[in-house]
Structure formats: C-alpha cells, structure tokens
Ligand binder design. Structure first.
Ligand SMILES: [Zn+2]
Length: 431
C-alpha cells in the first residue's frame, strides 16, 4: 500500500537558494523537452522520453552547464513526468474525458502539458531515490540536511519525495512510502448497533441515526471578510499596474508579469488565508471521521450529487465549504483499515419524506420544515435525524442484498440470502 505524508521543511538561506536553482533547472528541462515534443509532433517524428533523457548529458556538457548543479535524477524525473502527462492526456482524448486539473483551462480541455513559468504559484521537484528521513531532518542529495517537522513516524520504504515551494512561500516535502503491512480483512457480518446512518447537510456537517448533530464550523465564512479584503487589494494593484502600462504606451502583458514585490506579497497573504481555511477544515474532517470509524463498523451515507447542488448558486458557497467529498473519502479509508465499510445509498430514496416509524411517505414536507409530524402515526420527527434513520435502514437493505449479514446485538449471526434481501427491499418500498 502506498501512502503519502506531507511534512513541512525549513531550508536555510543557502538551501533556499539551491532549491531555487533546482526548481529553475527542472523548469528549464521541462520547457525544453516540451518544446522538442511539440516540434516532433508537428513534424510527425517519433520522440520518446528515452530519446530526450539521452540529451541531458549533452545539454550539461554543452551550453547549459548550470544543469550540473542539480541532482541528475531530479532532471530525469522531470522528463518521466512529462511523458506521463502526455500519456494521460492522450488517454483522455481517447476516452473523450475532460481533465479536471487547473491546466485544463481554455482550449486545453484534455490537459496536455503546458510550459511552466517562474511565476507559477507552486514550484516542485521530485527525487526518485536517495532521500533519508531522520528525526526532524530530511536528507536530500546535493542539498544536505534540511530541518523538518516530522509529525508522524514514516513506516515502510521511501519511494519518492517531492519537494515543493507553495504559493504561501512555505516549503514542504511529500513523502511517498510503501509498506507491506496487511490491512484488516473486510468484515462479512455486522453488528446492527455498530451501523450508523448519516445525513450530510449544510448547517450541520452531519446528523446521525443515533440523533447526534455535528455542527459545521463555517471556517470559510469567518475568513471570508478577510479574504475579500486581500483579494480586492490585489486586483486593485494589478489594475493599477495595467493602467500604468497603457499610459506609458506599452503593450499589455500576461497577468503574471505584473507581479512586482507588493503584488507578490499580497498574493502570498491571500494564499496563506486560503491555506488556513483548508487546514482547519481538513483537521475537523479527520477528527470526525476518526471518531465515526472507531465507533462503527459501517457508516451509511447518501450518494452525493455535488454537481447538481453546486448549480444552486445560493447554496454553492456553503456547500463547497462543507467539503463533503473530502470528508467521505477520509471516512472510507479509515473504515476500510478497520475492516469496516462506507455504504452509500442513492438519493432516489425519499429519506426526508419517509416516516421512520410507520414508513408512510409525507409528501407535504418542505425544506423549511425542520420538525414535522407524521400524518399517519403522529410521530414528531426532527427532519435530519429521521432522514439519517431512513438512510441507515436503506443501507442495511443494500448490505443484505450484497450477501452480507447484519445481526442485532446479542442475536444470531444470520447470513441473508439474496432473495430474502430483495424481499426485504420490496417490503420496505411497499410500506
Ligand atoms: Zn409515521
């Protein structure tokens, strides 16, 4: 199993300089190799990653002697990455699949590799080997020992290490390790008391079938004022720089070329504010998912239709602040590591309108009804808790249909046949 751990590193001045040189050299190799690739495609000539790798020593001993300052494997890795980027783009073309990365802007929907700039917000290099991590020290070839904050022990063999300088001006090392530790075998039968249904929401991150509500800390909302201020300041400065350019009769340049010292400082402030929000949110998600995974064997949630929900503009900011997708993926791997599972039920299931007591569907329930009374059995429901309970029931039906068994606490372990499960499902639909 591969596992990535990102640690903060603190290079000293000389090391920062060396890293700047390495980032620059890696960029030079990327851009040169990309130029050659594009030319080769235009001329319909074959040019492989291996062909370009052979050029590296030629460049070094020729007019690009500065490349000698960088560890040779780092430069070879750049060419390998370019090759992978091309392969991925061609695969997307074949599958008519649009790339999701930032690079896929404008006409480049398949995410073909693009030229890199000194002004890119993130600079990175990768070491395929030769990196050591000792207590709070990272040893990089040609750079030496860098002070680091190793917040957890790294188990397994180090595969690759990516050193980056982020838009915040901070340096990180992302360490990919491989360990051969066996995960817990997936459970085949579950204790009903250790199955929980969760309803994901905007006001509360989640409401559980055990009637717990976990509020959504609206980090972004708190920071939004600050962010707006910095963002405004930044765009004003860029506009001024453009206006000066026009007044001097100079042609307009690319946006990134207006970044003088002040603008660069502003950009960094903005990046730091965003980073703070992201870290706080991630941290909260890790805490909540850890607790859920430790206390339960199965967590049942609805399948997300984030795309549809984002179309509702008013809700979209609040929703993207919740980070449901990130939350569910954290929950998923934590449960799996314990042998448990995340079960998702699809949203055709009328989880909010079905009374969990008698099963009757109350069509009159609207979004504004937080508390409602069932027209059949008169049970008073909290909208979200009732939904979580229905999600749990729907998930249990799904587990049984998959041939897994669910037993009540203290009861027998009763494997359920597929036909029984389907009968069960039909029954719950009729109700
Ligand atoms: Zn009812």
């Amino acid at each position: 199993m591969l596992k990535a751990t990102k640690i903060r590193i603190y290079p000293n001045k000389a090391q920062e300089q060396q890293l700047a040189q390495d980032f620059g050299n890696a960029r030079f190799v990327w851009n040169t190799a990309l130029g050659l690739k594009q030319q080769a495609y235009a001329d319909k000539l074959p040019l492989s990653c291996y062909d370009i790798k052979k050029l590296l020593p030629v460049w070094k001993n020729g007019e690009h002697e500065f490349l000698k300052l960088t560890h040779s494997q780092v430069l070879q890795e750049v060419i390998r990455h370019l090759d992978v980027a091309y392969k991925n783009a061609f695969r997307r073309v074949k599958n008519k699949q649009v790339a999701t990365s930032k690079r896929s802007k404008n006409k480049n929907v398949y995410g073909f590799p693009v030229f890199k700039s000194k002004h890119d917000s993130r600079q990175a290099i990768a070491y395929p080997q030769g990196v050591r991590v000792d207590d709070n020290k990272l040893h990089l070839p040609k750079i030496g020992l860098i002070k680091a904050k190793v917040h957890r022990t790294l188990a397994g063999k180090i595969k690759t290490v990516t050193v980056s300088r982020e838009s915040t001006g901070k340096y990180y090392a992302s360490i990919l390790t491989e360990n051969f530790e066996v995960k817990n075998e997936p459970l085949q039968s579950f204790d009903k008391n250790k199955i929980i249904g969760v309803d994901l929401g905007v006001k509360d991150l989640l409401v559980t079938s055990n009637s717990d509500k976990l509020p959504n800390p609206k980090y972004l909302k708190k920071q939004v004022k600050k962010l707006r201020h910095v963002q405004k300041d930044l765009s004003r400065k860029i506009e001024h720089a453009k206006a000066r350019c026009l007044a001097d009769g100079k042609p307009l340049k690319e946006q990134s070329q207006y970044f003088g010292a002040n603008i660069a400082k502003n950009r960094q402030q903005l990046a730091r504010a965003h980073e703070k929000v992201r870290f706080a949110r991630e941290n909260y998600q890790h805490q909540v998912s850890r607790q859920l995974a430790n206390e339960n064997q199965v967590v049942i949630a609805e399948t997300l239709k984030i795309k549809n929900m984002l179309q509702n503009r008013k809700l979209s900011k609040a929703i993207s602040d919740c980070g449901w997708y990130g939350f569910l993926s954290k929950l998923d791997y934590k449960l799996q590591a314990n042998g448990g599972r995340l079960e998702q039920v699809s949203t055709w299931f009328p989880s909010t309108k079905t009374c969990n007591e008698c099963g009757c569907i109350n069509e009159h329930i609207l979004l504004k009804h937080r508390i409602w009374t069932c027209s059949e059995c008169n049970t008073v429901h909290d909208r979200d808790i009732n939904a979580a309970k229905n999600i749990k029931d729907g998930g249990i039906v799904q587990l049984k249909a998959a041939g897994l068994s669910v037993y009540a606490h203290g009861g027998d372990v009763r494997p359920c046949s597929k036909s029984e499960a389907i009968a069960d499902e039909v029954g719950s639909l009729v109700l």
